[in-house]
Design a protein around this ligand. Structure first.
Ligand SMILES: [Zn+2]
Length: 304
């Protein structure tokens, strides 16, 4: 895909293309913003545009030359993607791969491009080793780090990079990317195409149905309903949004679950606010490894 084909992110695209046209390409970039808004796609397109064999494209990739195709198919040895390992982090092994790749001369591309995806997952040891590489980036090499949690990146790494913010996509852009998206999923996607796609999946629809029934069930029934639940965090987010809608409804504000006529047995606004806090507490407790079963039993009893 070329810059002209990427939907949204006009500011990042313009800034990057201007750098190409002015011939002032940096050595390290940090693309940050919510998940699923086009950071990795833009990074890949930038790699193509700076290396493209056809230079009449106003700082864009032609998408048809061998170089563009080689990067697209990820079979150009000078185009490298570093991803978190199965433990969910970028550790010393992944760092070794970076060190090895920069120890050779760039043979296949004008600019060897190394994308470090989810750079916030660098372990402390790997981040310190990586910082040393960034302090002296080898010739003809460009690093593009991406993250949805910029605060989790060492300030010393951040300050070495040219930072570009990626904004949430607007509804029209998401609709272009997922034409079949339901109005509910669009409202809940919060500007992320990845989130929108996930919300449209069957498993998320099932979790949502449980959350809807949960609202009006007795504590004992609630416990049975969630006993086999796998994606507890997702369930809590959807449940919390239902309580938020009950609050919005009472305040006369448009609701997000607008395909439902959400109702609840007698519940006042103070109870809905309390419920929102309970869901939030359970979500954070689980993310800090409190057993899911314990927290689900707790909310089944505590929620109004
Ligand atoms: Zn090209």
């Amino acid at each position: 895909m070329a810059f002209k084909d990427i939907i949204g992110q006009e500011v990042p695209k313009k800034r990057l293309q201007a750098q190409i046209l002015d011939n002032r390409i940096g050595t390290s970039y940090l693309f940050y913003g919510k998940e699923g808004v086009g950071k990795t796609l833009t990074a890949k397109t930038f790699a193509k545009a700076i290396n493209c064999e056809q230079k009449q494209n106003k700082g864009d990739a032609c998408d048809t030359c061998l170089t563009c195709k080689g990067i697209d198919g990820a079979h150009n040895p000078d185009f490298i993607s570093i991803l978190p390992n199965e433990k969910g982090n970028i550790g010393i092994d992944e760092l070794r791969k970076i060190k090895e790749s920069v120890s050779y001369r760039t043979n296949w591309l004008k600019f060897r491009t190394i994308i470090v995806k989810d750079a916030d997952t660098l372990t402390e040891e790997a981040a310190n080793a990586f910082l040393k590489i960034l302090e002296e980036v080898p010739k003809q090499t460009i690093f593009i780090l991406t993250t949805s949690k910029i605060d989790a990146i060492l300030s010393t790494i951040r300050s070495r990079c040219y930072q570009i913010e990626f904004r949430r996509l607007v509804e029209e852009e998401i609709k272009k990317l997922i034409p079949e998206i339901s109005d509910w999923a669009l409202q809940m996607a919060n500007g992320s195409v990845t989130r929108g796609l996930k919300l449209m999946s069957r498993s998320m629809q099932e979790i949502r149905n449980i959350a809807i029934q949960f609202l009006t069930s007795s504590p004992i029934n609630r416990i049975q309903m969630v006993a086999k639940l796998k994606e507890t965090e997702e369930f809590l987010l959807l449940l919390q949004e239902l309580y938020m809608d009950l609050t919005r409804k009472r305040c006369g504000i448009p609701i997000k679950n607008n395909d439902l006529s959400i109702n609840h047995r007698e519940i006042n606004i103070l109870d809905t606010l309390k419920a929102i806090t309970i869901c939030e507490k359970a979500y954070y407790a689980i993310s800090y490894n409190v057993p899911k079963e314990f927290m689900l039993h707790w909310i089944a009893k505590e929620l109004p």
